[in-house]
Each structure stands twice: as C-alpha cells, then as structure tokens.
Design a protein around this ligand. Structure first.
Ligand code: F6R
Length: 369
C-alpha cells in the first residue's frame, strides 16, 4: 500500500503534486471562471459576508493562517483565524453575515465540530474545507468544499495541508469573483499560477537529497527554531510542529519580525534556525528585512538553514545551508517552502529510528475534546 515508499508519510509527501492537481480539477468553467458547484450555498449569502472566521486545529489552522493573507488581499473581507477549541469558549462575535470556514482533514475533529455547532447556533453560516467524504463536519455545515488529497494515513498531515491551502485559495478567489473584485486579471493570473504549482512542488521533492543529508547529520539535535514572515510565518509554525510530532525535538516557530522582541535571546553558538525567506520580488522590502534577521542571528552563532527562491543570491553570505525552491508568486510560496520542512522532519525522525507514521501519543483523528 505504501507503493514502494518507506512510510506512508514519505508516500504522502510524494503525493502532493497530484493532491493539488486533483483539488484544482473541474473547478473552473470553459471561460476560466471559478465554478464551485459542490459548494451548495447561495451566492447571495456569500455576497453579503462581511467577516470570515477560520476555525481549525493544528496543521489545518496553519493552512487557515496562510489563507488569511490571500483572502484579505483578494476580497478585502476581514479574516480571523482561530483555534477551534478557543473559539467556542470565548463568546465570539458572529452573526448571519459571518462566514465561518472550518478546515479539517478528517472531518471528525471534535474540537472543530463543536466550534461548527457553536457558530451555527449563533447564526453564522459554516462552510467546511474537508478531505474525508461522508465525515461529520461537512454533514453539519451549510456548505462544503472538498480537498481531493486522497486518503491521508500518516498521522502527521502533509498533502492535506497543501490541499487545504489550495482549496481555501479557491474559495478566496471565488468570493472575489462573486463580489466583483477590481482585479479580474489578477484572479485569472493566480489561477494559472496555481496550475503550475504541482510541477514546482515536484521540483522541490526532486531536490530532497540535500535536505535528507542535513537532517541525517542532525539526529542528535535537541532544539530547532523556525522563522518566517508574512505567509512564511505559518509555514515556520508548521515546520516546527512537524519536527515536534515526528522527531520529538523541541521546536518553535516565530514571526521573524518578533525576533528582537524576545526570541533572539535564545540564539547561542550552534543553535539551528530555519528561515523561510520571502521572495525578493515581493513587496514592502520584506525580503531584505528577513535577510537582515539571518545576518543578526548568524552573528550570534546560529546555524542558519535557509529556504530561499532560486536565484536569490542575497542570502548566500549568511546561510550555512540553502534549500532552494522554484520562483513563484508570493502568496503561493507556502506550497513550496513547507515541503523541505516536511522532508526534514520525516528524515530526521527516520534517522533517529522513529516510526514516522505513528508518532507516540498521537492519533490521526482527535475525536475527543
Ligand atoms: C499535524 C496534524 C494535526 C491535525 C489536527 C487537525 O500533523 O496532523 O495537527 O492537523 O489534529 O486535524 P483535522 O485536519 O483532521 O481536523
């Protein structure tokens, strides 16, 4: 069943290009306009939405966090992302104009399900982004957008994460289209960029040897930090989560801009730090700010493991290792940048002799609160 791979996780990392292809499949009409027929929610309801709250747990919540940047940019609707177990207990402000987006691979996560029920009781519309057909969360939602990642067996989520981002992006583009977004060309462009992602993800997977070698050399590591900014921030959080759950190594993700507000105190000689570098072609000089961060931590002894776009030479003087990803538009980079981090966690855990498909203390779907 593992199709020749050492583990389900390894297989599912390799399934990612197909998972994205399948999640995109059949969702545009002949004119290239998005068509989310399976959504079963009235267009007028979606046009009236004035706030979106994404609820999810763990990796699915990081997918929501990535999507927030994109949906706010395309739709100009405020998007909050909240852990499902926190949402429910804090008296959230929701009404009929709130669209609650529940993201879940299994569709059975009890924390997320309880938050869905709570949101509906408060009058919100709930749209779920779910991978497992016939599961409980879509049954209890007003609308559903399925990810088509195929069954995910390994406990640690990989291909579901990429397809959750993809589906949430489709939702964002669809809302933008419905609401007469002022940049129809941009929507078309993003859709065509999305279609190029499977091939680019495959390129990252094909470059896995370097990550594997570095991971194998780090089997004795006790702490790894992850930094990212903008959409790279949730990617850093996800990289840290993967390493914790698979390799049982203390790992923490930070927003790179937060470094000087505290976390930089953790940097000492030899501390490994992954840095997800924004595209040099992106806006707001984020790239140079993150390059400065790399310089700062390196000067304090950090071992810098840098994820950077092909051709980004500015990082070279400050990087101990560089993991290259193909050039893509800023909002799509998480689909590429997370892949070396998944492979790193998987390989490091394997090097430690651990079972990557069944990490200790974890279950694939958490059906208790
Ligand atoms: C991490 C992981 C978990 C799940 C979380 C939500 O690798 O798998 O953090 O993402 O438990 O699960 P779903 O998506 O099934 O609701």
């Amino acid at each position: 069943e593992k199709g020749g791979f050492r583990s389900f996780m390894d297989k599912e990392i390799h399934d990612q290009p197909q998972a994205i292809t399948d999640t995109l499949l059949g969702r545009t009409d002949l004119q290239g306009r998005l068509q989310l027929d399976d959504l079963r929610i009235d267009e007028s309801v979606l046009r009236a939405v004035d706030k979106i709250i994404v609820i999810a747990c763990g990796t699915a919540a990081y997918a929501g966090h990535v999507a927030k940047y994109a949906i706010e940019h395309w739709c100009r609707i405020p998007v909050e992302v909240e852990l499902a177990h926190e949402f429910r207990y804090r008296d959230p402000i929701v009404n009929e104009k709130t669209l609650v987006v529940a993201v879940s691979q299994s569709g059975e996560t009890m924390d997320t399900l309880m938050a869905v029920r709570h949101a509906r009781e408060q009058g919100a519309k709930v749209l779920s982004i779910v991978n497992t057909h016939g599961s409980t969360i879509p049954r209890e939602s007003d609308a559903v957008l399925y990810t088509h990642a195929g069954p995910e067996v390994a406990v640690a989520s990989t291909k579901a994460f990429l397809s959750q981002i993809t589906a949430a992006y489709l939702l964002g583009l669809y809302l933008a289209q419905l609401r007469g977004n002022k940049f129809p060309d941009e929507i078309r462009e993003v859709l065509s960029d999305l279609r190029e992602m499977p091939a680019k993800i495959q390129e990252v997977i094909d470059r896995a040897d370097h990550v594997r070698q570095v991971a194998e050399s780090m089997a004795d590591t006790t702490s790894v930090l992850f930094l990212g900014r903008h959409v790279g921030y949730p990617v850093a959080m996800e990289g840290a989560l993967k390493l914790k759950e698979l390799a049982y190594i203390h790992a923490e993700g930070f927003a790179a801009g937060e470094l000087k507000h505290g976390p930089i105190a953790l940097i000492e000689e030899g501390q490994p730090v992954f840095v997800v570098v924004p595209s040099p072609r992106g806006r707001d000089s984020l790239h140079s700010k993150v390059v400065s961060n790399i310089q700062e931590i390196r000067a304090r002894g950090a071992r810098t493991l840098v994820i950077a776009e092909d051709g980004d030479d500015a990082v070279v003087p400050y990087a101990d290792e560089i993991f290259r990803i193909p050039v893509s538009s800023t909002l799509l980079t998480p689909l590429l940048a997370v892949v070396p981090l998944q492979i790193f966690a998987c390989e490091l855990a394997t090097a430690k002799g651990l079972d990557v498909d069944q990490p200790r203390n974890l279950a694939k779907s958490v059906t208790v609160e």
